[in-house]
Every structure is written in C-alpha cells, then in structure tokens.
Ligand binder design. Structure first.
Ligand code: IPE
Ligand code: IPE
Ligand code: MG
Length: 225
C-alpha cells in the first residue's frame, strides 16, 4: 500500500549561503527564501497534503547579529499583511503559529494572532509556522507547567506547544546540513527524513516532487519485521 503523506515539514536552510555565493548580504537570501513558501504551499494543496510546516526561526537564531535578527522579525511582520491574509483565505489555508511569545514585541504577537484568527476557519490545508520555537524550551515549559498542575489527569503532552500538530511523515531539510537543530522532536517519532542539498532559495516544485517520490518509494516499517 502507498505510504500516506499527511504532513510534510521543512527546515528551510541555506538562505545565507545562497546569498553569499552571489556576493550579496545574508538578508537578501532571506528575502528570496520567503518567495519559495507560497509555491510549496500551492503544490502541496495540489498533492492533497493536509498539513505543512515550516521552521522559520529557532530559539537559537537570536544568537545571530542584531541586524539579521531585526531583519527577520521585520520580514515576518511585513508578511502578516491583509493581502497575504486574503491569499490564505482564497486558497483555504489555515495558518497556525508555533512558538514562544518571549522576546517578541507585543505588536508582532498581535499581528500573528490576528492572522491566525482571520484564517482559522479555512480547511484546505493547515500550515504550521514555527517562529521563535525550540524543542528544548518547549519541553522545559511543559515540565514546569505539569509540576504546577493540580489535575492528575493531565499529561506532559497537553502542555506542549505542538500538542495539536500531527506526526510528521516527511521532513525535508534543505542546504545539505544533516541535523534537526532543535526542531519539533515530538512530531518526528517516525518521520522519513530527506537531507536535500539544494539551498532554500533555489528549492522549487520540481525538487519537491522528487522528494515526495522518494518518500513514496521508502518502506516504512514501524518496528515490524
Ligand atoms: C535559514 O537560512 C533561515 C533561518 C534559519 C532564519 P540560514 O540563514 O540559516 O542560511 P545559512 O544556513 O546560513 O546558509
Ligand atoms: C535551523 O537552521 C533553524 C531554521 C531553519 C529556522 P539554522 O541554520 O539555524 O541551524 P544550524 O545552526 O545550522 O544548526
Ligand atoms: Mg542555516
């Protein structure tokens, strides 16, 4: 039987190297990188994939230069526009933010929440956008909360930011780096993983289609012999 592809996840990596190889600033790479996202969403809808996720900014990415961090925050803010909300609504895209409020401005949080609110009734595809996310902090927060909880029926999982995110069937990390970098471990229990050499700004539907083909060719055993 054909593998089921319910959730594809991307660690979008390689923007900086892409720009560097063109003698441009790292921020130029981020600008190009963001253009790839709508193409991947559209292609996923055509493939009838119901859940997509994008790792856009990790809790470790605060360690970059102030100017790069500021640029990335502004880039997110710029894309939380009315125009993009109406695009999301046109295609039936429900956008869900996965990340911490810590270190983000109140106005940015408000805009993210507004975007989520405006797209919450869409049901063609769920797009989980991981911004200011790290699995380590997710666990630490969940542990803190469960310790304080008086309700013994509650589980650790109930306190995870990702509690409603489905298991990832296929994880694709671009740029050739072979690591998870503190991404959504709890959803990666049985994911197929592809370390795709293409740098994120060069990633496109053709490469995605090949990655999906590879996913379908794999044998998922889940521990069975
Ligand atoms: C991915 O590209 C985008 C973010 C992590 C924000 P990078 O900025 O990590 O690009 P490289 O890995 O330095 O080339
Ligand atoms: C991982 O990329 C995080 C995101 C894509 C948001 P990084 O470029 O930050 O990861 P490392 O530092 O190479 O592990
Ligand atoms: Mg990187």
């Amino acid at each position: 039987m054909k593998n089921k592809l319910n959730h594809v996840s991307f660690i979008m990596d390689g923007n900086g190297r892409w720009a560097k190889s063109r003698n441009k600033s790292r921020t130029y790479g981020h600008l190009q990188g963001i253009n790839v996202i709508p193409k991947i969403i559209e292609y996923s809808i055509k493939q009838k994939i119901n859940n997509l996720s994008f790792f856009a900014f990790s809790t470790e990415n605060w360690n970059r230069s102030k100017s790069e961090v500021t640029f990335l925050l502004k880039l997110l803010e710029k894309n939380l526009s009315k125009k993009i909300i109406s695009k999301a609504n046109e295609f039936g895209i429900k956008v869900i933010w996965i990340g911490f409020e810590k270190n983000l401005s109140k106005s940015l949080i408000k805009k993210i929440n507004f975007f989520e609110e405006q797209t919450k009734n869409n049901n063609t595809i769920n797009v989980y956008f991981y911004f200011n996310y790290g699995f380590k902090d997710e666990c630490e927060c969940a542990l803190e909360k469960i310790k304080l909880s008086k309700n013994s029926n509650e589980h650790f999982e109930d306190y995870l930011l990702t509690k409603d995110v489905p298991q990832i069937d296929l994880l694709i990390r671009t740029s050739g780096e072979k690591r998870i970098s503190n991404f959504s471990f709890y959803q990666l229990l049985y994911s197929e993983i592809i370390f795709e050499p293409t740098l994120w700004p060069d990633y496109n539907e053709d490469i995605y289609s090949k990655n999906i083909e590879e996913f379908y060719s794999r044998k998922r055993r889940y521990g069975k012999a």
